[in-house]
Design a protein around this ligand. Structure first.
Ligand code: KG4
Ligand code: ZN
Length: 336
């Protein structure tokens, strides 16, 4: 079964081909990605209308690249998968529209995929994929969740953020320090030259006894600290970045360890954009090694949004029999 996957929920256009044979983990045949980051940078964040228009411009050329790279034909596609949500409504409609148009032209069914399930299953695209069951730490720009994953489609949320997501905490703090959008990777780079103990920032809900997160207070504390520094901010920026990253990473680390303890599981999967953070990876690796826990990450370039994870999630859902592709070409998107 050859699955064409299309991701267009936010500011990356992604297209990929994944093939599944029998019961083995489906294989990535080719993927292509266009990031709109440079376009949105001038505005300090994603401009939804510009995002939709750019997805329209990019998606078919990317699809052509993918077919050429995989040495496959459009007519060989069995299912067209696309991101159904969450995401920007107009951006999602581009992916859904193209998927339905291709499906209708080929006479092949379409399948809408939950963006977060794409992230969640993205480590299965790596050469050493995880085995079920596992605890998943999902850390993206819009979501922060800990999940118990017993199989494809069998997910239980153990805890989640009650306000900002971890990626949002990175991005908003970075903005306060005058760093470009999206701030996460910039803040992480700056943090390498700073002293993480320079500023004592709050670790919200660290001792709450549950597996929920809260990052809004941290952002406020960073803002207060930045104001207090005034003219000094520029000189102390690396220290503030390092202290901010340390606060976010400590909360993610402690709660992940608590989730492993609560469930008794010996496997952790980390996915979503913030999963690319080196400090987070280093600390999770060390803590998990001490506990005899295996950690799985997506490959670095597949941590942030991409089409491969959407094609993979679709292929895995179909293979597990928890979803059925539909021959009805409804423009079915779910922004929230
Ligand atoms: O998963 P993703 O691409 O999009 C969403 O579904 O939200 O995640 C994007 C988020 C942004 O907040 C970005 O700043 C953050 O992931 N991010 C990072 C790093 N790389 C991306 N945050 C911290 N350190 C990084 N290296
Ligand atoms: Zn995402």
């Amino acid at each position: 079964m050859l699955v064409l996957g299309i991701e267009s929920s936010c500011d990356e256009t992604g297209v990929a081909l994944v093939e599944s044979n029998g019961s083995a983990t489906p294989l990535l045949r080719a993927h292509a990605l266009h990031s709109q980051i440079a376009m949105h940078q001038a505005y300090g964040g994603v401009v939804p209308e510009l995002a939709s228009r750019d997805h329209i411009r990019r998606v078919l050329p990317l699809a052509q690249t993918v077919f050429a790279e995989a040495g496959r034909q459009l007519a060989e596609v069995d299912v067209v998968a696309y991101t159904r949500g969450p995401g920007l409504a107009g951006a999602l409609l581009v992916g859904a529209g193209v998927a339905c148009a291709l499906g209708a032209a080929l006479g092949k069914p379409v399948l809408g995929v939950h963006h977060l399930e794409g992230h969640l299953l993205s480590p299965f695209l790596s050469v050493d994929p995880p085995e079920f069951p596992f605890v998943a730490l999902l850390v993206s720009g819009g979501h922060t969740q800990l999940m118990r994953v017993d199989g494809v489609g069998h997910y239980e949320i153990l805890g989640e953020t009650i306000d900002d997501a971890a990626g949002e905490a990175f991005d908003k703090s970075a903005k306060l320090m005058g760093l470009p959008y999206p701030g996460g990777p910039w803040l992480a780079r700056l943090a390498e030259q700073g002293d993480a103990a320079a500023f004592r920032l709050p670790r919200p809900l660290l001792h709450s006894g549950d597996l929920d997160f809260s990052f809004a207070g941290l952002k406020t504390a960073v803002m207060t600290q930045a104001k207090k520094l005034g003219d000094q901010l520029e000189a102390r920026k690396a220290d503030l970045a390092a202290s901010t990253q340390a606060a976010i990473v400590e909360v993610l680390l402690k709660k992940s360890m608590a989730a492993l303890e609560t469930t008794g599981m010996k496997r952790l999967v980390v996915a979503g954009g913030v999963g690319a953070n080196h400090d987070l990876r280093r600390q999770l690796d060390a803590a998990c090694a001490r506990r005899g826990v295996r950690v799985h990450y997506p490959e670095l370039h597949l941590c942030t949004d991409n089409g491969a994870m959407i094609a993979m999630a679709a292929a895995m859902r179909l293979q597990a029999g928890v979803a059925e592709a539909s021959p009805r070409y409804a423009f079915d998107v779910k922004p929230r």
